[in-house]
Design a protein around this ligand. Structure first.
Ligand code: UD1
Length: 418
């Protein structure tokens, strides 16, 4: 099993290009199914979650060519209507293919992502929204059997929570539906805006993406197009955190600072100097980071849950005590125990984590517990005295393209041991 050996204490400096957003590329690839044509999706990161999405498209009969970070997807022929269990289990966000497949084929058979059960389990918003559009969904033996006689129908859908994935599924399903669909309490994340931009370039009529109400007027047909995926705002926050914990000095290239509207002020509050222009972020962190006021994760434009673990790693060496409140996901503090192995003083009580900053972390064997939690332990290891072994790297490759090489180019000392 491969692991990183990270020698802490090296200051990061230099320029780093931020790759395309995982959370944009995945729904965009699902949406290509609507076009029965060829789309070129540029700036796709080379990560294993995208490999999983490619496998789903190929299973359905699509042809995919990869030219660097551009994926050329030909969805003109679809040969089946199911996503097998092993592909569904590879990533939770495979559920975003549901709206696309039923829109195209009027039927679909999928298993639950991660094998969870209907009811309390969190695809209820996807399911109930598509049901409101006329889709019949039967649950049998852990599978969802979905069908509709004819096209999906426009509907007024009020989400009880602004779920990113459910908003995307509805937008995709509604693009070719009969009539108008209105989503209220829609998610407002930049990835939603990117999905609408792609679909509108393909001929869809979507208004209001980025706001709480999105109106989609169904059209008869969509065509393929060329679209560039937005930069990954969580990867950007990862490099900023790595700079802050090593008292570094880096320039992020190919980034959209507006998408980090609630993240940049946190770095400023901890004492980093941050300047931005339309596609760069320059961050310089001279001294020990200062503890910040309570960080509460919220739907966009609030502080993103995906950046919570990253900032917790930085706050573990801050001057003072910081408080985190995780409002989006239950049980998203698994990294706290791993950071504690490095000496961090973190107390978790339900959705609250209290982090008492210490001077410096100390190396220890640690594990990536999930994608962003894994990035957080790597950030911690960049600070720790000695050599830290990080295992569980499969989580990291789900969402970061060449993370250790990129950090090494900035001055980190990370060895990949197979
Ligand atoms: C997306 C992101 C993920 C991010 C999350 C929140 C992708 C591929 N993933 O995930 O990185 O952390 O947004 O910003 O874009 N929920 C339900 N029922 C549902 C759907 C969701 O109860 O049907 C709950 C979830 O359990 C969770 C909350 O709503 O507590 C937010 O989930 P959601 O916004 O749907 O996240 P994802 O789209 O899965």
């Amino acid at each position: 099993m491969s692991k990183y050996i990270i020698e802490g204490g090296h200051k990061l400096s230099g320029e780093v290009k931020v790759h395309g957003a995982k959370n944009s590329s995945l729904p965009l690839l699902a949406a290509t199914l609507l076009t029965a044509d060829i789309s070129a999706i540029e700036n796709c990161p080379q990560i294993t979650d995208l490999d999983a999405a490619k496998r789903i498209l190929q299973h359905l009969g699509c042809e995919i060519k990869q030219e660097g970070n551009t994926l050329i997807v030909d969805t003109s022929v679809i040969t089946c209507d199911d996503i097998p269990d092993e592909l569904m289990r590879e990533m939770r966000s495979s559920i975003v293919f549901l709206g696309a497949i039923v829109s195209r084929l009027h039927q679909c058979k999928i298993s639950f992502p991660g094998g969870c059960e209907l009811g309390a389990r969190p695809i209820d918003l996807h399911v109930s929204s598509l049901q409101q559009m006329g889709l019949k969904i039967e649950e049998q033996h852990g599978c969802l059997d979905c069908f509709i006689d004819g096209k999906l129908k426009g509907a007024n859908i009020a989400l009880s929570f602004p779920s990113v994935g459910a908003t995307e599924n509805i937008m995709i399903a509604a693009a070719l539906a009969d009539g108008e669909t209105t989503i209220t309490n829609a998610a407002r994340e930049p990835e939603i805006v990117d999905l609408a931009a792609y679909l509108n370039k393909c001929g869809a009529r979507i208004k209001g993406a980025g706001e709480s109400t999105i109106v989609i007027s169904g059209v008869e047909k969509l065509h393929g197009c060329t679209h560039r995926v937005i930069p990954d705002r969580i990867v950007a926050a990862t490099f900023m955190s790595a700079a802050a914990i090593t008292r570094g000095d880096i320039v992020l290239i190919d980034v959209n600072p507006r998408d980090l509207i609630s993240v940049i002020p946190i770095f400023e509050e901890m004492g980093c100097a941050v300047t931005t222009d339309s596609s760069h972020i320059y961050i310089r962190c001279d001294g020990r980071p200062k503890a910040v006021r309570t960080i509460r994760t919220m739907p966009y434009p609030g502080f993103p849950t995906d950046s919570q673990a990253l900032l917790m790693a930085v706050m573990s060496v801050a001057d003072g005590t910081s408080v985190f409140v995780e409002n989006i996901f239950e049980n998203r503090y698994k990294h706290a125990a791993e950071l504690a192995r490095l000496g961090a003083k973190i107390k978790v009580e339900g959705k609250v984590a209290i982090v008492e900053g210490i001077e410096q972390l100390l190396s220890a064997p640690v594990r990536a517990t999930d994608l962003r939690g894994g990035a957080a332990v790597i950030i911690g290891a960049l600070n720790a005295i000695g050599k830290t072994e990080v295992s569980g790297l499969a989580h990291i490759s789900r969402g970061y393209q060449n993370l250790h090489e990129t950090l090494n180019e900035l001055g980190a000392q990370i060895l990949l041991e197979d």
